[in-house]
Design a protein around this ligand. Structure first.
Ligand code: GAR
Length: 220
């Protein structure tokens, strides 16, 4: 029997191209996912337009309206819980999360990050990979724990760094692949194939020792 659609909330801060990729994949029948809520911490986030266009409930919870991180996190958590989100997807949500928030959604909150974690947590990941003379870069999706871009890594995609690359060319090449990585990873959650217990990630019931690598064609 087919699983019920997985109920997800997507958190954004900006463009929302990854939110759009999820919406489009649902539209093509490629993802058994129900986006029950979109949250942005920035009122001007362009990505809110994607939620609006797809008639997905969305909330702006502006962090500058709250006295501290804990109060803002609590407001976001309240909206996610009311929406009945089973999976929380951080898709360009540029906020550090407090411990309480991370614990509340432990094992069911994932983040997309533009580096081969554990390398280059935080900002300017392309420039840092270039400055280090790396020969490849990529994107990672990990379970979220308290702290910046930390938690067990689930999946990755890699691209070579070519002669003459700069941050803009890397971003342009990696962007569409991030979309593929996010859709393929969320699909594993929809199929209930990924779990995390005590920081150990399992895929199809087996512990994974290395992050799953996305192959061309969209499989792991
Ligand atoms: C993506 O490149 C994602 O990897 C990055 O923000 C971008 C969001 O793009 N996330 C982080 O840097 C998290 N630390 P989008 O708004 O177009 O989806």
């Amino acid at each position: 029997m087919k699983n019920a659609p997985l109920k997800a909330a997507v958190l954004i801060s900006g463009t929302g191209s990854n939110l759009k990729a999820l919406i489009d994949a649902i539209g093509r029948g490629q993802l058994n996912l129900d986006i029950v809520q979109v949250v942005s911490n920035r009122p001007e986030a362009a990505g809110l337009g994607h939620a609006r266009a797809a008639a997905i409930p969305f909330s702006v919870i502006d962090h500058t309206d709250y006295p501290d991180r804990q109060a803002h996190d609590a407001a976001v958590a309240d909206v996610l819980q009311r929406a009945g989100a089973e999976l929380v997807v951080l898709a360009g949500y540029m906020r550090i999360l407090g411990e309480e928030f991370a614990n509340k959604f432990a094992g069911r909150m994932i983040n997309l990050h533009p580096s081969l974690l554990p390398l280059y947590k935080g900002l300017d990941t392309y420039d840092r990979a270039l400055d280090a003379g790396d020969t490849e870069t990529g994107a990672s999706i990990h379970f979220v724990t308290a702290g910046l871009d930390s938690g067990p890594v689930i999946t990755q995609i890699r691209i070579p760094i070519l002669q003459g690359d700069d941050a803009a060319t890397l971003k342009a090449r990696l962007g569409p692949l991030e979309h593929e990585l996010l859709v393929a990873t969320v699909r594993l959650f929809c199929e209930r194939k990924i779990h995390c217990t005590d920081s150990v990630v399992s895929f199809d019931g087996k512990e994974i020792e290395q992050p799953l690598q996305l192959k061309p064609g969209g499989s792991f």
